[in-house]
Design a protein around this ligand. Structure first.
Ligand code: FAD
Length: 484
């Protein structure tokens, strides 16, 4: 499988420094050492330049919403990468910032010794600015590689107003992209072996000791029973294939505890790059059909493209189409830094403006939202689940978002509340899907619905009463009540 050039996104136009000591792969988003297009590309460059490869992965202390929860998950991933790098013979330089050693200028320093820098293309959170800063300041070539999904984002065209418009484009690209997927076993042996001394003390892999010593927000605690890192991600995928996939199409929407529901719970691992969507797709297809190389259906339809199994089609449509929609929007619009007005379609803006002065039945303060102290027991349950477990059932997440819009003074205030709560507490937050998920509650990718209602106008309405009528909620509510 050769490299797909559409994944290459040069961050500057500096030439390759042929006298450099090594090729540097700067891990920012794909925090794993297999099924990784950026790693494959860095290996290819190192082989061609006849230089060793150095893999650098760092963890800052000052990223937005930094907490013990997020830090532990990332550190567990780095600990796993450290062990895996030793196993496969990769030079891996992990760095964990501390107040006495924040690592300022460190990437630039190690880039200065390199022939070139390969990094991850990720259109959200701190990554674009970090890449841009290095690309501007260094005299080395910096190439970002898009390994976000199966089809390279550059092949998907302009942003769409509905997922239905992106689906056929993805399907058309899928066959070729799948034939060029990243390697399950990176070709480390093809790279010259030469040990290079790191110009800093590399992290020793002790997660507990490191966390205990860092001044970090401990009010957002680590999630018990959820471990970060590629091995844990692979275990979660295996458990989903055994227990969830066969029930996915029929039961995904029913609010339930994670153990009772069929959802994969892979989104934190996808967000941290501990697993690639390609590895997930390969696992799902192999489990359902005995091989990842199936005969694909005709492009465009939600059913039947990934073989005949409705569970496979339902799941892969979420993991590919819906996830890609978020990435595609971020590449063009940077939703995480854009204003609400820039993100929302005209019909939504018009209907929200028309209802701007509608009286709100309920309005809450930031503290009340955060403390799950509204009048609505379902909303409170969803927020409690998020705060305690770092996750929320998908159906409840939609209801949760819609209600904040309905019970806030303005749409802008609702948006700020949702982004804050989602990104602070959710392990999968701070992701393109965080913003498109929240904006879906405001009408993005949707259409106007009748009847027109107070506050929401013609934006699709969801209510706790209807949710309670539609589903048996006792199990979900008991699960949340018992959360420590
Ligand atoms: C208000 C709101 C906020 C959201 N915030 C996030 C977020 O911060 N991070 C995040 O990854 N997703 C977010 N989503 C989308 C969705 O809720 C989660 O991806 C999903 O619940 C994750 O659980 P899972 O891994 O068990 O999903 P599964 O049902 O097992 O799906 C598999 C994968 O498909 C992708 N996926 C599934 N549903 C969606 C969707 N609607 N949009 C985009 N991708 C999807 C995810 O990568 C997921 O891991 C949000 C949705 C809403 C309504």
């Amino acid at each position: 499988m050769s490299f797909n050039e559409a994944r290459r996104r040069p961050a500057n136009d500096r030439p390759i420094a042929r006298d450099g000591e090594y090729v540097l792969y700067w891990v920012q988003a794909y925090r794993r050492l297999s099924h990784n297009h950026a790693l494959d590309y860095a290996i290819k460059c190192a082989r061609e330049l006849k230089r060793p490869l150095v893999v650098y992965e760092g963890l800052r202390l000052d990223y937005p919403w930094a907490s013990e929860r997020i830090h532990r998950f990332a550190l567990e991933g780095m600990r796993a990468n450290r062990a895996e790098a030793a196993r496969i013979g990769l030079q891996y330089w992990p760095f964990v910032a501390a107040p006495e050693d924040p690592g300022r200028g460190l990437v630039r320093k190690i880039a200065a010794r390199a022939c070139m820098v390969v990094t991850d293309f990720y259109p959200c959170f701190v990554v674009p600015e970090q890449t841009e800063a290095l690309a501007r300041k260094t005299d080395r070539q910096v190439i970002a590689i898009d390994g976000n999904s199966v089809a390279p984002l550059a092949t998907l065209g302009a942003t769409v107003s509905a997922a239905a418009h992106l689906r056929p484009r993805i399907h058309k690209q899928f066959r070729d992209a799948w034939a060029h997927r990243a390697k399950a076993e990176p070709e480390v042996a093809s790279v010259p072996v030469r040990s290079v001394e790191a110009p800093f003390a590399t992290w020793d892999g002790d997660v507990d000791r490191t966390l205990a010593a860092l001044p970090i927000d401990r009010s957002v605690a680590s999630v018990r029973g959820v471990t970060g890192g590629a091995p844990a991600a692979n275990e979660r995928l295996a458990a989903f294939l055994d227990e969830g996939l066969a029930r996915y199409a029929d039961h995904r929407s029913n609010p339930s505890s994670p153990e009772d529901g069929p959802s994969s719970r892979l989104s934190p691992y996808l967000h941290f790059g501990h697993i690639s969507v390609e590895a997930i797709v390969a696992g799902v297809l192999a489990r359902a059909y005995g091989t990842p190389d199936i005969a694909l259906g005709s492009p465009g339809k939600r059913e039947g493209f990934y073989g005949t199994d409705p569970n496979v089609n339902g799941f892969l449509d979420q993991a590919i189409t819906w996830r890609d929609v978020g990435f595609q929007w971020h590449v063009e619009r940077r939703l995480d830094t854009a204003s609400l007005a820039r993100a929302l379609p005209a019909w939504v803006q018009a209907t929200l403006a028309k209802h701007a002065d509608d009286p709100r039945k309920h309005v809450y303060t930031a503290e009340e939202w955060e403390a799950a102290a509204t009048h609505d027991r379902l909303w409170n349950a969803a927020q409690t689940e998020l705060a305690r477990t770092g996750a929320m059932h998908n159906y409840m997440r939609m209801l949760w978002g819609k209600k904040v819009l309905e019970w806030s003074r303005t749409p802008e205030e609702a948006y700020r509340t949702l982004v804050h709560l989602n990104n602070k507490y959710a392990l999968d937050g701070r992701d393109p899907s965080s913003y498109t998920g929240i904006l879906w509650c405001f009408g993005l990718f949707d259409r106007p619905w009748a009847p027109e209602r107070p506050v929401l106008g013609s934006i699709r309405y969801m209510s706790s009463d209807n949710t309670a009528k539609k589903f048996k909620l006792d199990g979900y509510l008991a699960y949340v009540r018992d959360l420590k």
